[in-house]
Design a protein around this ligand. Structure first.
Ligand code: CDV
Length: 288
């Protein structure tokens, strides 16, 4: 029996600094409607989807109400990246997974924050994620929850730069993830999504903010990838666009029970450096 979930990557074109979050949310509602017309059961939006990439302001919950209403009306789940401010005033680069009833089923806070914390006069373009956000404190969680017509789908998330780190994928893989959602604002790179999906026998949907945003090029190329690491669908524009794939989640079992049967083949006793060490060290010199 197959377990098919129809997943849509809802790529967003650029959101300029002057553009209000209400405008971005209205664009996202239209994308959700287009996704629904293509049979979507789960719609995935990019990282920091409500604003231009650099978060100079933080979202208020009520501004996303139209998204929750559209999800209910269309009976689709969605994934949304946004800049979170907690009641205590802490800031995180966050993604949530919401079911059609509007319940938040999973929250993830970005762990790998690229860039720097202070203004760098040598850089033409600043990347101040370390200034604006704290390192995520929720680990890399996976939840098994109903989605589409399926009783249980194992879903996890990462955000943009996280996808470049195999450790992030493996932590999700070790929780039997079947669908990884990745929102990004990036100038480059698919390989890590294809490799991560393959090495952990999971589907992945990687969704871009695309085009020229506040003078900066964003890569686009949103993709949906299968557990063989093959691209099932890819965006072709630099604008708002939906791409769709029917993901048969039972396909994940093939990799998991053969080449990547973790319980049979992993050798954690040889991996200590991964958790004991942060930076690389030099190898010993050959004394021959
Ligand atoms: N939003 C990101 O995390 N972007 C980073 C930077 C380095 C461009 C990335 O890895 O894509």
């Amino acid at each position: 029996m197959s377990r098919i979930l129809t997943v849509v990557a809802a790529q967003l074109g650029p959101i300029q600094k002057a553009e209000g979050r209400d405008v971005a949310v209205a664009r996202m509602v239209r994308l959700m409607e287009r996704a629904h017309a293509r049979g979507a059961q789960l719609v995935v939006f990019p990282e920091l989807a409500l604003t231009t990439f650099f978060p100079r302001h933080f979202h208020e919950a009520n501004e996303t109400a139209p998204l929750f209403a559209a999800a209910k009306r269309l009976n689709v789940g969605f994934h949304l990246g946004y800049a979170e401010r907690t009641p205590e005033g802490r800031h995180f680069n966050t993604a949530i997974l919401v079911n059609p009833a509007g319940q938040i089923m999973l929250k993830y806070r970005k762990i790998h924050l690229p860039g720097h914390a202070e203004f760098d006069p040598k850089r033409a373009v600043q990347h101040l994620e370390k200034r604006y956000f704290e390192v995520g404190d929720l680990g890399f969680p996976v939840i098994r929850a109903p989605m589409g017509g399926l009783d249980g789908v194992n879903m996890g998330m990462m955000i943009c730069n996280d996808r470049r780190w195999p450790e992030a994928w493996r932590v999700l893989g070790l929780q039997s993830v079947e669908l990884v959602m990745v929102g990004y604002n990036t100038p480059s790179l698919h390989l890590s999504v294809q490799a991560g999906a393959y090495q952990n026998a999971t589907f992945a949907v990687a969704v871009a903010k695309a085009g020229t945003e506040d003078g900066n090029e964003l890569f686009g190329h949103s993709i949906i990838v299968n557990p063989q690491g093959e691209i099932l669908a890819q965006a072709t524009s630099w604008d708002d666009e939906v791409i769709v794939a029917d993901c048969d989640l039972d396909v994940c079992r093939l990799g998991r029970t053969t080449i990547f049967a973790f319980d049979k083949h992993r050798r954690p006793e040889a991996y200590a450096r991964i958790t004991d060490q942060i930076g690389a060290v030099e190898p010993p010199e050959w004394q021959g």
